[in-house]
Write a protein that binds this ligand. Structure first.
Ligand SMILES: [Zn+2]
Ligand SMILES: [Zn+2]
Length: 140
């Protein structure tokens, strides 16, 4: 296959106790869901990594978010690193923790139906009430 074309991405938490690596990432989506609002105070920008192509080292504290989902935070500095829906093929990597995002593109906004009214989305990217249609998301 085209293994040599797959870029490896690295990242870390604020205090650098947690380091992660992902071989290939999907593009980045903004998520405006209620969960993300509470977890971050605003919205999330995240890319997806296939589970088999993703690993981390360091002490990650996993917290249940809702049935079947959990969030991963550095146990020392609390950086919000990962969001994991157990039955999905990919795990979400919060983009702010990546070292180098070259090659990643912002694809659009999801869960816009839950967005608060204090700001407008004006970047012209596609907006979806919930998940985008199948095939719009690139799973790595
Ligand atoms: Zn940390
Ligand atoms: Zn969300």
């Amino acid at each position: 296959m085209a293994d040599e074309e797959v870029k490896t991405y690295t990242g870390h938490c604020l205090c650098r106790e947690v380091n992660f690596i992902a071989r290939g990432l999907s593009d980045i989506w903004y998520c405006h869901c209620t969960q993300c609002q509470h977890m971050t105070g605003h919205c999330v920008a995240a890319a997806g990594a296939r589970r088999a192509d993703f690993s981390y080292e360091g002490n990650v504290r996993w917290s249940p978010v809702s049935a079947g989902t959990r969030s991963g935070h550095c146990a020392s500095c609390s950086s919000y690193l990962f969001w994991d829906q157990i039955d999905r093929a990919t795990i979400s990597i919060l983009a702010g923790n990546l070292d180098d995002t070259a090659g990643l593109v912002l694809k659009g906004h999801i869960f816009v139906a839950e967005k608060k009214d204090y700001f407008e989305i004006s970047d012209g990217l596609p907006q979806y009430e919930k998940w985008p249609p199948e095939g719009t998301r690139q799973e790595g």
